[in-house]
Write a new protein. Structure first.
Length: 84
């Protein structure tokens, strides 16, 4: 699965889910639970935010890997976030 995910990155197009933050919920990005459930989505985000790769993949389980490509980044200037 990991080899297949790695090879698929070359021609990866994907779906634009917009901006996400470390604490985004699956529903907030309108991602179907047929793709990822809530815990899988949280695991995916944790892995994306813990790497410096702009384009890569996250292996979710033995038969599911999610590819991603970061197109843009922005800093959330919400003062509540700074207090955390």
């Amino acid at each position: 699965l990991e080899e297949k995910a790695k090879n698929s990155l070359v021609n990866f197009k994907g779906d634009d889910i917009g901006f996400v933050s470390r604490d985004s919920s699956r529903e907030s990005v309108k991602l179907s639970d047929k793709i990822l459930n809530d815990s899988e989505f949280a695991y995916f985000l944790m892995n994306v935010f813990n790497t410096d790769q702009n384009s890569s993949y996250v292996v979710i389980n033995d038969n599911k890997a999610i590819l991603y490509k970061i197109n843009k980044q922005k800093l959330d200037m919400n003062s509540d976030k700074f207090e955390q």
